[in-house]
Design a protein around this ligand. Structure first.
Ligand code: BGC
Ligand code: BGC
Length: 620
């Protein structure tokens, strides 16, 4: 029970502040009241004109691929449409196809009786990551290592601009999870294991996405997720695709502990004015959070004063109970305002309407949900009859621009963590080295981007989205192509003066990435061994969504850099290797010695990891 031990300890941050605030504090104090409820007078007359079925339609989110010709958007007066990971427009995955598709659906929604525009949502979780040509930033675990809220805010601003260029209003980000077990396939979605780190960077992301004012056409509606306890699930508490896993599992903590570790980031998210929160797939002590009124209504809405809308996760409502009517009734009564029902949206509307008619879901609960949805729409300017709701195609000019990529490159630089630098082999002098670059990650944009990139699971190869591989960046930095050779497997390195091995995890997302064993792949080990056999000092660049078990690799490598999932801008890696910038990244999660130590987090009793939370070397 390492987690329990952890919670009994009061941690001290480097700044000398207690890491966890006490539960007896007034949690409400940090909520700015009125941010969304100030629109109530404006939206109540509209609410009063709506039929029950129209209200339930507003509460429903369908997925693009299931909408056929899109006429259901108007016929059902849907509140929202999403594209999940990899759910592209039929016309293709480029900027124009996306913009046309979104514009078409917004248009359709305005043809419903009341003409309330949809909110269109996507997972722009590290840039506008579904769309070809968008700049892809490091995943959150790497951003956590920057410890730089201003940079995270800037990244979020750019993401907002690129998403708004396609007319989309809403991103299911930031993920403010507090991952406590690296076996979890979603570890990289979080900023790190410390609730306060997640809180401060999550709030920065929300400020950047939503801007000063949500009605600004450049503002993007944010969504803090996944509420609550997604990062605290017990390994083995859920079977996934026939394997024991951790994603969508059970978080076994009492309420005090749940608050102290997992609720903390939501206080800051609400204080930053986040408009929406996504409820998590996981259970809390055996019951699905999606159906728990205590968490959704009593704590989040009543105690913390969250005024925005609460959305369920992708098909999550069906997990609340095997009987679909019971599942819907329990989730809506618990406090879900909008249901992410990608394909069964019409069935959801039929059933929820009937449940209200039968008195099983109170009319007042429906009115509260729709009020919250309309508030957010009003805040976004969607209910302004004077306003053109269609995408602003002028924004296409800066989509994926060099200026945006420059910020991503900075983020890569600042996220890299130098773990070892024997004999100060780094930085390298580009004028004096002959490099052999090796490893499956060296020339692979897909691998350096990880999951949630163009495809839900991400994908190896160039297939994805443009950008600069680490190999290309090294070649550009060295200038003389003759001084940079390359092999995927590390062969043919003789004659070089240094080997650089870019190795690590291949892309994954969610439960597909759950792993019982985080050992370095034997094939990656062999790459390093071949470079060593050629007599070279070896620099290892590790691409991964979490700490991996290094084993012998730590001895074999002369220098080792954790580069996480840096995204499209490989030059940031070259910047550090050649000393154009000093490494400043600090671990956002504890690095275990072996699997037996997992879960391991700062503050555990007997805390004896390979590298502590906050570790990171500098150049001398
Ligand atoms: C994920 C969410 C995501 C949603 C929509 C779910 O499977 O858990 O993080 O926002 O899908 O794509
Ligand atoms: C979707 C993702 C979603 C997942 C849920 C996928 O098919 O593309 O967005 O998160 O299903 O399991």
């Amino acid at each position: 029970m390492q987690r329990r031990k952890f919670l009994q300890t009061t941690l001290i941050l480097s700044a000398g502040l207690p890491l966890f605030t006490s539960c007896s504090q007034d949690w409400r104090k940090r909520t700015p009241p009125g941010r969304f409820s100030k629109y109530d007078d404006q939206v109540r007359p509209l609410l009063a004109r709506m039929t029950l079925r129209e209200k339930v339609g507003q509460m429903t989110q369908a997925e693009l691929g299931q909408l056929g010709d899109g006429s259901a958007v108007a016929r059902l007066a849907l509140g929202s449409v999403l594209s999940g990971g990899g759910a592209d427009p039929e016309a293709g995955n480029g900027l124009a196809a996306w913009t046309d598709t979104v514009a078409g659906l917004i248009d359709k929604s305005q043809e419903s009786r009341l003409g309330i525009p949809i909110l269109y949502g996507v997972d722009a979780v590290h840039g506008h990551s579904n769309v070809l040509g968008a700049v892809i930033f490091p995943h959150n675990i790497g951003l956590g290592c920057t410890r730089n809220p201003a940079l995270v805010e800037r990244i979020a601003r750019i993401t907002a601009e690129e998403v708004r260029a396609t007319g989309i209003h809403w991103t299911f980000a930031p993920c403010v999870t507090v991952p406590r077990d690296e076996r979890w396939g979603r570890t990289y979605e979080g900023f790190g294991e410390d609730p306060q780190l997640s809180a401060s960077l999550g709030a920065a992301a929300i400020r950047g996405l939503q801007g000063e004012d949500l009605s600004d056409p450049l503002s993007l509606l944010a969504c803090a997720k996944h509420y609550l306890g997604d990062g605290g699930t017990t390994y083995g508490s859920r079977a996934f695709r026939g394997r024991f896993g951790i994603d969508q599992g059970d978080t076994r903590l009492d309420e005090d502990e749940l608050r102290r570790v997992h609720l903390a980031p939501y206080l800051d998210a609400i204080a930053a004015g986040v408009g929406t929160i996504m409820v998590s797939y996981n259970s809390w002590n055996g019951a699905k959070v999606t159906g728990i009124r205590r968490l959704l209504t009593e704590i989040l809405k009543e105690e913390l004063g969250f005024e925005g809308l609460l959305i369920s996760d992708y098909n999550a409502i069906s997990q609340v109970d095997p009987d679909r009517d019971t599942a819907i009734m329990q989730s809506i009564n618990a406090g879900i305002d909008m249901a992410m029902e990608p394909d069964r949206f019409e069935d959801f509307i039929d059933r929820l309407t009937a449940l209200v008619e039968a008195g099983k879901v109170p009319q007042a609960r429906i009115d509260d949900a729709v009020l919250r949805i309309l508030r957010v729409k009003a805040a976004m300017g969607l209910l302004d009859p004077e306003r053109n709701q269609l995408p602003d195609r002028n924004l296409h000019q800066t989509f994926g621009s060099a200026a945006h990529r420059e910020v991503a490159r900075q983020a890569v630089r600042e996220s890299l963590v130098l773990l070892k630098n024997a004999g100060n082999i780094l930085p390298l002098n580009p004028a004096r080295v002959k490099i052999h670059v090796a490893g499956r990650g060296a020339d692979d944009i897909g691998m350096q981007c990880g999951g949630w990139t163009v495809e839900w699971q991400g994908k190896m190869g160039e297939v994805t989205t443009g950008g600069t591989t680490i190999l290309a960046a090294l070649r550009a930095a060295v200038g003389d192509a003759a001084n940079v050779s390359y092999s995927a497997d590390g062969s043919g390195a003789q004659g070089a003066s240094v080997g650089i091995a870019v190795i690590g995890e291949i892309p994954y997302a969610e439960g597909v990435g759950d792993r019982a064993d985080l050992a370095i792949d034997p094939a990656d080990h062999e790459v390093v061994a071949r470079l060593k056999a050629a007599g070279l000092p070896v620099v290892v660049i590790l691409l991964s969504g979490r700490p991996l078990i290094l084993g012998d690799l730590l001895d074999e490598a002369d220098a080792l850099i954790a580069a996480w999932l840096p995204g499209t801008e490989g030059q940031g890696v070259a910047d550090i290797l050649f000393g154009h910038a000093k490494p400043t990244g600090k671990l956002s999660c504890t690095w275990p010695r072996g699997m037996a130590q997992i879960p391991i987090n700062a503050g555990d009793a007997d805390y004896d990891p390979l590298f502590t939370y906050g570790f990171g070397l500098d150049y001398v």
